[in-house]
Design a protein around this ligand. Structure first.
Ligand SMILES: Cc1ncc(COP(=O)(O)O)c(C=O)c1O
Length: 393
């Protein structure tokens, strides 16, 4: 990175593609450019083999079997396929959907759309910001809400704004006790936490390459293939790719890059978690030293219920957007970048009990693989200076 480029601390929005991922992808654009659906020649065979190899790598990394991975264009599509695929499948059971107020829009919107038509939707609340477990769902409340009419429970594994990690196992038990399925949006968790779909007890899991140092525009949905077999109504029909679950020509370079990115994350998972925790903890300590009235949003970082790379802070009386303008040398976010077209304060922070004005006075800082301690020190100084200038002025 050139010295004049801003320090990138927006790794929840997207991540830089790892150069090793780019290297793995390149031949699939220029040399081996066949369509994985072309069965009659070597170009097609090579592409098909690459897609199947990638499927195996990705399945292996999350404790799944290759046939349980459906490639999509990203987590938004995976979430839509999971939710609408269950709700709209023939012979579905029940019309009750259960989720959480702090989910990503790519989960909430398809749920709300169904709730305006054929389904009933219950949204669970989360622990308030005064709690050390801020943002965590209460499994007891979930168990009381899930009923014999529930067909799907959708709870994200790790939150994209406050990094809270949800306890999925008790939610899986409550869902399965009534014959409902559990979907998780694990977009911020895969590649960042050890993941085993069996241990989590999930039936459907969405994730995306660009959050784990892979390319944009490719993702996957894990669809349980046994005990029970989960059947989905497809969203996209046509050529019958992905065993009819998602038609459309495979994005071969993207899928190859996705698998390489997952492989790299798996190889260095614990080392990287330690690196991110060290940087994140220093960032927090440095900001607190500069801005003593700064408060954390979300769970206490000392607990295991928070992503190592995540920080979200509330700086009383200073608007997050204004800090971003005053500290352009740091690329950060004042809410979820995915919903930055929406001027409303973050629904996640509001769900923790922050007022609209308080929620506007926040910064989300996402530390990633390519950040260094020197960058963290510069970011502390830049944000601290900006806040002091704004408070004086
Ligand atoms: C939790 C979560 N779910 C879903 C998405 C959407 O992912 P994609 O950009 O792959 O569609 C995002 C990304 O912004 C996210 O953070």
């Amino acid at each position: 990175m050139a010295p004049s480029e801003p320090i990138y601390l927006d790794n929840h929005a997207t991540t830089r593609v790892d150069p090793r991922v780019v290297e793995a992808m390149l031949p699939w654009f220029t040399e081996a450019y066949g369509n994985a659906g072309s069965v009659g020649h070597a170009y097609g065979h090579a592409a098909r083999e690459a897609v199947e190899q990638a499927r195996e790598t990705i399945a292996g990394a999350i404790g799944a079997r290759p046939g349980e991975i459906v490639f999509t264009s990203g987590a938004t599509e995976s979430n839509n396929l999971a939710i609408r695929g269950v709700a709209e499948r023939p012979r579905r059971r029940g019309d009750h959907l259960v989720s959480v107020v702090t989910e990503h829009a790519a989960v909430l919107e398809p749920l709300e759309r169904l709730a305006r038509g054929t389904h009933r939707l219950s949204l669970l609340s989360v622990e308030p910001h005064t709690s050390s477990q801020a943002g965590v769902v209460d499994p007891q409340q979930a168990a009381e809400t899930i009923d014999s009419d529930t067909c799907l429970v959708s709870v994200m594994l790790a939150n994209n704004e406050i990094g809270v990690i949800q306890p999925l196992a008790p939610l899986a038990s409550a869902a399965h006790a009534v014959g409902a399925l559990l979907h998780t949006d694990a977009t911020q968790a895969v590649g960042k936490l050890p993941i085993d779909v069996e241990a989590l007890g999930v039936d459907l899991m969405s994730f995306s390459a660009h959050k784990l140092y892979g390319p944009k525009g490719v993702g996957a949905l894990y669809v349980r293939g046994r005990d029970p077999i989960v059947r989905l109504a497809p969203l996209v029909v046509g050529g019958g790719q992905e065993r009819g679950r998602r038609s459309g020509t495979h994005n071969v370079p993207g899928i190859v890059g996705f698998a390489r990115a997952v492989e790299l994350c798996t190889q260095t998972l614990e080392e990287e978690r330690r690196h991110l925790r060290t940087l994140r903890d220093r960032l927090l300590a440095g900001l607190v030293a500069q801005i003593p009235d700064l408060r954390m949003c979300g769970p206490d970082p000392a607990t295991t219920a928070r992503l190592e790379g995540n920080l979200n802070v509330w700086i009383p009386q200073v608007d997050g957007e204004t800090i971003m303008l005053a500290a352009p040398q740091v690329a950060m976010s004042s809410g979820a970048a995915c919903s930055s077209a929406d001027p409303e304060p973050s629904h996640v922070l509001r769900a923790l009990g922050l007022s609209a004005d308080e929620a506007r006075c926040t910064l989300r800082l996402g530390v990633g693989r390519f950040n260094t301690m020197a960058q963290i020190e510069q970011a502390i100084e830049a944000i601290g200076d900006a806040v002091h200038r704004l408070r004086k002025g």
